[in-house]
Design a protein around this ligand. Sequence first.
Ligand SMILES: Cc1ncc(COP(=O)(O)O)c(C=O)c1O
Length: 470
Amino acid sequence: MNKTWFNVSDIEKMTPKEKVSLTEEYVNPGMIKLLKILGFDNPWGVSAEGVYIDLNDGRKILDMTGGSCVLGLGHNHPRILEVRKKFAENKRMEICKAFVSPYVAALAANMASLLPGDLQYSYFCGGGADAIESALKLAQKYGGKNRLGLVYTDHSFHGKSFGAMSVSSMEEHRHNFQLLEKCYKVPYGDIDALGKLFRSRCSENNKIPDICAFILEAVHGTRIIFPPEGYLKKVRELCTQYDVLLIIDEIYVGFGRTGYWFAFEADGIVPDIVCYSKSFGGGKASIAGFTARKPVFLQAYGKSGDSMIHSSTFSGMGEECATAIEAVNIIKDERLVERARELGGYLEMRLNELKEKHPKRIIDVRGRGLLWGVELKPAASQIEPIIKRFFPDKLSSLFALTGAIVLSEFFHTHNILSYLGFTRRNLIVFSPPYLIEKEELDQAVSALDAILSTSWFVLSQRFVARYMRN
Ligand SMILES: Cc1ncc(COP(=O)(O)O)c(C=O)c1O
């Protein structure tokens, strides 16, 4: 192993080749292999503003990923930059565990005002899985030792830490680990299955099950799946009836993505705990959190002796909280939730036109607000030789390859960045910043049209040629 050393200023002088070899040597060699297939290893986003990324090779890329829903406000929103600059210039105190933070207090108060009902007490942390872990612990503390069970659905992604993965349906990852016990899976959208499970977990003389919480996404973000109409309301009723806490994970779609501040609001319910992150940090702060209903939080952690059962060194960092306060204010001031809803209606129309035009290539178009997915029929027989060469004996790779070909074509031919459903690789996902203009949405739709108007054979040839050149 080479020993090497960098200062921050050295990074400016680093070549793309060095970046790749350092990542290969010190970060994750397998990841580099995957990025090489897409030709995503060499490019480098040197700067970014709004909906565009400037690459090291001089290209300007339209970012239709919105940083996987982190960038509702786009890259480097001026108000976000300003609030962080001021924080630094004023030498604000970041870490002092002895005092109460005014930034945490203000952000928590804002969240209580933003959220419906008696959702009142908040905890802030560094990332989505962290927020989920914190919510699961709160639920178990609320339920007590005899009610540690957790229910999740078969369409769920809540993060990759142990607790979060224990309540996620990512079978391809789960089998590698010893996950939490007493986690029960029900089909997403199936209220009867949930009722049956709750009943089956009650003892003869107790009408309350040995379950403390049901966790779900109001919209399953990574595959863009919606529950049937009325499902969330019935879930709310059932959870109330059985005193099971309802945890809604809004990490992916919270803060306007679906044209509602929070996706669960489309159904008019109030969960017991809401988890959020991504656009909460304005594209700069790594911040996540949960807000819990008053009686739930007080029962779990209300006593002084219990008040520090859950905490973390870097929870509620001042600069991150100040950034989140500004991010939420920008969404309010610039009416970005309404904008996401309006532009979403336009994108829906354009994508459905495309579906009509390419019935043999598109299986489904689905989404809400500025989160849309286009599910493609996998490229099949034409690319069999490539599958044999690159992914022998892996038919599921056909889906991944289909997505990879389209992603690569978007990027290399059309200067557009898009991404794929996390567990559904033939799902092309658009989740651009809310600041995107109609013309830019048109640009992305036209690019997809051009890709789908080209045969898989030609697309595959180009894909392989790019790989060979790389
Ligand atoms: C719905 C949902 N929950 C939880 C997470 C985990 O968040 P993180 O990656 O910040 O741990 C994600 C990440 O994409 C997510 O989409």
